[in-house]
Design a protein around this ligand. Structure first.
Ligand code: SAM
Length: 287
């Protein structure tokens, strides 16, 4: 398996996942003494009691009626999805537009489907099977780097954090990081659902923003009954948008409003950067 770490690298953590992932995840900082802000590593979504009471729990699911393998003509989960997963090569169909691919929704087969999820349409996993590391970059702080080739469409990891509603987020905002690690991923009725990775999460919390990202976050919904009375929230899966080679940073889009709301420039330095240094007249080392 590939590894981008060289002998000169200053490894400040041998495994930030504390043994929770099959492949240890190193943290490297070759520039200064900075450490990632302490957080609890986790591999599963942690739903607040309020979120549990509002949302549909997939264990009640009555999924698709397929037997053994699901087929695209018959499977209700497949036909309700707007994106197709190639179960043989385990790749999501690829999209050209990085800004709208996250709007797709994928319905996963589960244990309560007729196929009992043996159909391999299951996209989310509790562990990270890709070889990746976290590196410090002076401009953007700690960021996620691929140590192996990841083909376009491959699921990389689940985006993990505390799942809370807006009111809870406002009450419990981390004093230092505020909303820097929060992601508003679902709005329904009067409720805004956020995944808050400030104090609990996996390494997806370190992914930087790029205006030309090589990954996106897909919403993977559980299969549910037709007559659902509760809100169904998706799991979030980071998918490679294009081929990622060892040494590449794995980036997503935070949306331009992230930078506008904070009055900070984007330091992705891509040719298509929509929020380049200087746009808000802020002095940066590059102006
Ligand atoms: C979700 S955190 C990412 C992890 C963070 N770099 C760390 O060290 O913990 C988001 C923060 O990373 C930095 N960041 C990520 N991408 C950036 C970009 N394109 N331009 C400027 N800052 C960025 C900003 O400080 C932002 O508030």
């Amino acid at each position: 398996m590939g590894n981008s770490t060289s002998k000169k690298d200053n490894v400040i953590h041998a495994d930030i996942a504390d043994g929770n992932e099959p492949i240890p995840i190193k943290v490297i900082n070759n520039y200064n003494e900075k450490q990632p802000f302490p957080f609890q590593y986790g591999t599963e979504y942690r739903l607040s009691e309020k979120v549990k009471s509002l949302t549909y729990q997939p264990t009640e699911s009555d999924g698709c009626n397929c037997v053994a393998e699901c087929t695209s003509e018959l499977c209700r989960c497949e036909s309700s999805s707007t994106a197709t997963f190639d179960t043989i090569n385990r790749r999501m169909q690829t999209f050209i537009d990085s800004y709208t691919c996250g709007d797709h929704q994928y319905i996963e087969c589960g244990q309560h489907c007729g196929c009992m999820a043996k159909c391999k349409r299951r996209l989310t996993r509790d562990t990270i099977m890709k070889n990746i590391e976290v590196r410090y970059k002076p401009d953007v702080g700690f960021t996620v780097i691929a140590c192996q080739h990841i083909a376009a469409g491959m699921p990389i990891m689940n985006y993990i954090g505390n799942v809370v509603i807006q009111e809870e987020l406002e009450k419990n905002l981390n004093a230092i990081w505020g909303t820097d690690y929060t992601f508003n991923f679902h709005n329904e009725g009067n409720h805004k659902f956020h995944c808050d990775a400030a104090e609990y999460g996996n390494i997806s919390r370190f992914m930087s923003h790029s205006c030309d990202p090589n990954a996106y976050i897909l919403k993977a919904f559980p299969s549910t009954p037709f007559d659902k009375s509760k809100i169904v929230i998706p799991k979030l899966v980071v998918i490679a948008l294009r081929s990622i080679i060892p040494g590449n940073e794995i980036t997503i889009t935070y949306g331009a409003s992230y930078f506008r709301d904070r009055d900070i420039p984007c330091l992705c330095y891509t040719f298509v950067c929509a929020i380049p240094p200087g746009i808000f007249n802020i002095a940066t080392p590059h102006c």
